[in-house]
Design a binder for this molecule. Structure first.
Ligand SMILES: Cc1cc2nc3c(=O)[nH]c(=O)nc-3n(C[C@H](O)[C@H](O)[C@H](O)COP(=O)(O)OP(=O)(O)OC[C@H]3O[C@@H](n4cnc5c(N)ncnc54)[C@H](O)[C@@H]3O)c2cc1C
Length: 414
């Protein structure tokens, strides 16, 4: 016998990758959801460019997204060149590279990398009225009837049966719960965007345009170059598939990642992290004067306005939150270094897992507290593995990170 739906109401703080994917999943499942994002728009701040989408991340997206949104995502995904990674030294002499086989080699509509801003725009599609920008969470209160009143800086309040903390690695909700901040791994990274102009394509050998290139300099500096080549340019894709969305035009580009240990920057953190895009590129060029001319040339094409520094951090070990109406998702509960390319994928997997559990709660099959516990138990397993894998890749590719593995649970340490 079919049971009546409970009419669960979910309030999400944070309209990033995880929060928006969750909203799509809940809407698709017929659950009332509202998302509150502190930025005024999707393009609010520097947030990184190309995102690798793993098979797990792709599966989660397909589970959460309605068909029309999925079609837009597939159309705007990276059109794959070569699979895997190619390693070089700074003179472009090939180095040992881990063997990787492409589990999606035969999948013509695969989504294995996306532009982050385009992904977030796609994730907004069809969520009319559910996502509110310019809403900075300040605090919340669990009321006597068990609902949660969520307060925002503009004085507004939203109330739900569940509050999902999807407010990222600097989560204020996490901090208020008394959990420790993610650990500083001592790695400092300059993220940049290098438009793939016709001139750049003509000047660079095909091999550098083909796949994820990782250059390990002999002096501890590393450079990653990841091509983002849209299957269909986003404005063209939205005009064809969803004209009301009117995406802005966006050209192909390389995402660049220039990394070193904190002590190798030669300056205090406050100074490094406050540098402008132009200063960061001058810094990178000064550190690579002896590098191969192709690598030097590519830096000349960088978009300095779209360059920013990041201090790489990780949550280890992951700690579970008290099962109840306050539920964490994504970087708010498990930040990890971008080197593994799975932080966003893990947040997407959280969204799909939590959607399933909240749907069961909405159907009256379990209380919200049990939904939270079941989701977090499942999340703890795959997210701990993802953090451990990201740390291992960071150790291998960055050579020097500040991390004591003994803080990881025994099942993944070493
Ligand atoms: C440069 C870079 C490259 C990366 N590359 C990859 C990759 O290739 N693949 C991958 O899987 N992962 C990658 N990651 C990691 C990935 O970006 C994160 O793991 C992912 O964004 C986490 O999603 P999230 O929704 O938890 O948090 P976020 O995407 O950070 O979203 C959090 C949102 O909460 C909002 N917010 C914060 N505070 C408040 C508040 N008080 N009130 C309201 N809203 C608030 C923020 O504005 C933000 O929009 C990369 C990270 C970086 C920095």
């Amino acid at each position: 016998m079919a049971t009546a739906r409970r009419g669960l109401r979910v309030v999400v703080v944070g309209g990033g990758v995880g929060g928006l994917c969750l909203a799509q999943g809940l809407r698709k499942a017929g659950i009332d959801v509202s998302v509150h994002e502190r930025d005024d728009s999707i393009r609010g701040r520097n947030q990184g460019y190309r995102l690798h989408i793993s098979p797990d991340g792709e599966r989660a997206l397909r589970e959460c997204l309605p068909e029309r949104v999925q079609a837009l995502l597939t159309a705007t995904a990276n059109s794959r060149y070569g699979f895997g990674m190619a390693n070089y030294d700074e003179h472009l002499v090939p180095q040992w590279t881990p063997e990787m086989s492409d589990p999606r080699a035969d999948q013509v509509d695969k989504v294995d990398a996306v532009d982050r801003v385009t992904l977030r725009k796609v994730l907004l599609a069809g969520l009319t009225g559910a996502v509110h920008f310019g809403k900075r969470y300040t605090h919340h209160e669990v009321q006597p009837d068990g609902t949660v009143a969520v307060q925002f800086a503009d004085g507004s309040v939203d109330t739900g049966d569940v509050l999902v903390a999807a407010d990222g690695a600097n989560s204020v909700i996490r901090r208020a719960q008394g959990f420790p901040e993610p650990r500083d791994l001592g790695v400092r990274t300059i993220f940049g965007r290098i438009p793939m102009t016709e001139r750049l394509r003509a000047e660079l050998p095909e091999i550098l345009q083909d796949r994820f290139t990782w250059v390990i300099g002999s002096d501890e500096h590393k450079l990653g170059l990841m091509p983002m080549v849209f299957r269909t340019e986003p404005a063209t894709a939205s005009a064809r598939l969803w004209p009301e969305l009117a995406f802005e035009p966006c050209d192909d580009y390389f995402m660049s990642v220039f990394s070193m240990h904190r002590t190798a920057t030669g300056m205090p953190d406050e100074q490094f992290l406050a540098m402008s895009g132009a200063q960061l590129w001058e810094f990178a060029k000064a550190r690579t004067t002896g590098w191969h001319p192709h690598l030097r040339a590519i830096m000349e094409f960088a978009d300095v306005e779209e360059t920013f520094p990041v201090a790489v951090r990780a949550t280890a070990p992951i700690e579970l939150w008290e099962p109840g109406p306050l539920i964490p998702l994504g970087d708010a509960v498990h930040a990890m270094p971008p080197s593994g390319g799975v932080g966003a994928n893990t947040a997407l997997r959280d969204a799909a897992t939590l959607t399933r559990e909240l749907l069961a709660a909405d159907r009256g099959e379990q209380p919200v507290a049990l939904a939270s516990e079941r989701y977090q138990t499942e999340m703890l397993g795959y997210a701990t593995d993802a953090v451990a894998m990201s740390l291992q890749v960071a150790k291998w590719s960055l050579k020097r990170i500040d991390f004591d593995e003994s803080v990881l649970p025994a099942r993944v340490a070493g």
